[in-house]
Design a protein around this ligand. Structure first.
Ligand code: SF4
Length: 213
């Protein structure tokens, strides 16, 4: 029998002990929250993979869907919908019926980290899931939301982190078939300080749409 392919997700993963302990505390405080590793959202056959950082406390960690339930997803889903990658402009709950079209969203780290800051060891530990997901999907375009996501993608491809520099709007050839596009993260901080404006994000998605054809 051929060996099983590496898992792209494990709903009961506790490989990062600090995060597992933190999630147990969060579950005790918020019994109605998902408070567990958050699975990717969207079809594995999609040509576009979007990689964020990690679930937010009252967003993905609460609802169980990436970028859903808090401010970080507002601009993302609006923009996805405007470019034909989502069936609706808003993602409110995991069971709201929204579908992604030719697009999948994941995070570099699948569990909520304290203060939204995973350690380097946690990013490395979770990287096997991202590597397996990228290998299973073979996406044509990968959009990195922020430098941590950019670095996690390089690591998942086995590339030195110094090989491709993160810069908003930069495009890099990850391999002959895959383009890596960098964006500032669509966090509340970045959008409210206008480091990332809706127009900048729209421009990026318009380019991705053109790249995908
Ligand atoms: S962050 Fe990833 S590797 Fe760490 S416990 Fe969660 S799912 Fe497992």
């Amino acid at each position: 029998m051929p060996p099983e392919p590496p898992a792209i997700f494990a709903a009961d993963c506790r490989a990062c002990s600090r995060l597992a302990t933190f999630l147990a505390d969060v579950r005790a405080q918020h019994p109605d929250y998902h408070a567990a590793p958050v699975p990717s959202f969207g079809p594995l056959t999609a040509r576009l993979l979007i990689v964020g950082l990690a679930p937010g406390m009252h967003g993905a960690n609460a609802t169980g869907r990436p970028f859903t339930g808090d401010y970080a997803g507002v601009l993302l889903y609006e923009t996805l919908h405007a470019h034909g990658f989502a069936s609706a402009p808003e993602s409110t709950r995991a069971d709201d019926g929204l579908e992604l079209i030719d697009c999948r969203i994941t995070n570099a780290v699948k569990c909520l980290p304290p203060q939204n800051k995973p350690t380097t060891a946690e990013i490395r530990t979770c990287n096997g899931f991202l590597a397996a997901e990228m290998a299973a999907m073979q996406p044509q375009v990968i959009l990195a939301l922020g430098k941590i996501a950019h670095d996690a993608i390089l690591r998942a491809k086995g590339l030195p982190l110094s090989s491709l520099r993160f810069a908003h709007g930069a495009e890099h050839e990850l391999d002959a078939n895959t383009l890596l596009v960098d964006s500032y993260h669509c966090s509340r901080y970045n959008t409210q300080t206008r480091r990332l404006t809706p127009a900048m994000f729209r421009d990026l998605f318009a380019r991705i749409r053109r790249d995908l054809g």
